[in-house]
Design a protein around this ligand. Structure first.
Ligand SMILES: [Mn+2]
Length: 273
């Protein structure tokens, strides 16, 4: 059997509760849709558990990348207490090396990404971009070298602006780890919109462009303000806001069943970001 688990964000107790409900055997595979850490109170335990969990397959979310950027000195570890805890741990180097070799997109009979897909790219173009991004990250000699693509990504919001390989990687980083809303007139990514689907005038959720485009289910996390997207077998959003005190969700792509665990960790009361 296979299950895909939404954004854990350091909610280790909730993850254990969810796994107990699922009761996977040692033959089963547990996929994680990214954002394993940060915001929640038990990021160290969560990261070490998934690192050691032989059945786990992981793709990277924006918070996982932020940890790598923090380790490389690109952003301050002061941005999150959990980064300090992880980076000062004796196993930090093992965890970081493992994280930087994980994928940005997983495909079998479904596609799994942390944030989304972009309407200007075909599915094949996404596979190619995710592979390039993975090879770039895995191939870095030093995490300091994340800086170029990290900084470039702040302004790389439209595929028409891609003029070099670094632009391409920066845009792909936004698509796979940060995307939510897109300008319906020019398909520019609106990175600053993090709320739900209320009318943002010219914006549409990225998945609107894929509802009729794919015969393969697309599974994502990242968008807690949506409260998950559990009403559609083709486009499935699994971030049901556990770290905000709501629930952690697993989806079984073989039986189409959802399993939920109410938050068992101390919810985060920081302002939503
Ligand atoms: Mn995210």
């Amino acid at each position: 059997m296979r299950w895909i688990i939404g954004d854990v964000h350091g909610c280790f107790l909730s993850l254990q509760g969810l796994l107990n409900k699922i009761g996977p055997s040692s033959e089963d595979t547990i996929y994680f849709v990214g954002d394993l850490i940060n915001r929640g109170q038990r990021s160290v335990e969560t990261l070490d558990f998934i690192f050691n969990y032989k059945q786990a397959k992981v793709i990277l979310g924006n918070h996982d990348i932020a940890l790598l950027a923090s380790a490389g000195g690109v952003i301050s570890p002061d941005q999150s207490p959990c980064f300090k805890d992880i980076l000062s741990h004796a196993k930090a180097d093992q965890w970081l090396e493992w994280l930087k070799s994980q994928l940005f997109l997983f495909q079998s009979d479904f596609i799994m990404v942390h944030a989304g897909l972009h309407p200007s790219w075909t599915i094949d173009e996404h596979l190619k971009a995710a592979k390039s991004l993975h090879e770039w990250l895995k191939g870095l000699n030093s995490l300091k070298d994340i800086e170029g693509i990290w900084k470039r990504s702040q302004s790389q919001l439209h595929p028409n602006n891609i003029n070099c390989h670094e632009d391409y990687l920066a845009f792909a980083l936004n698509v796979f780890t940060r995307l939510r809303m897109i300008d319906r007139d020019n398909y520019q990514i609106a990175l600053d919109i993090k709320t739900g689907l209320q009318d943002h005038l010219k914006l549409e959720p990225w998945f609107k462009y894929f509802e009729d485009k794919t015969c393969m289910p697309i599974i994502f996390g990242h968008w807690a303000a949506l409260g998950g997207k559990l009403d559609n077998r083709r486009i499935i959003g699994l971030d049901t806001g556990c770290v905000w005190g709501k629930k952690l969700t697993a989806y079984n792509p073989d039986t189409y069943q959802f399993t939920h665990q109410d938050c068992l960790d101390e919810p985060n009361d920081w302002q939503a970001q």
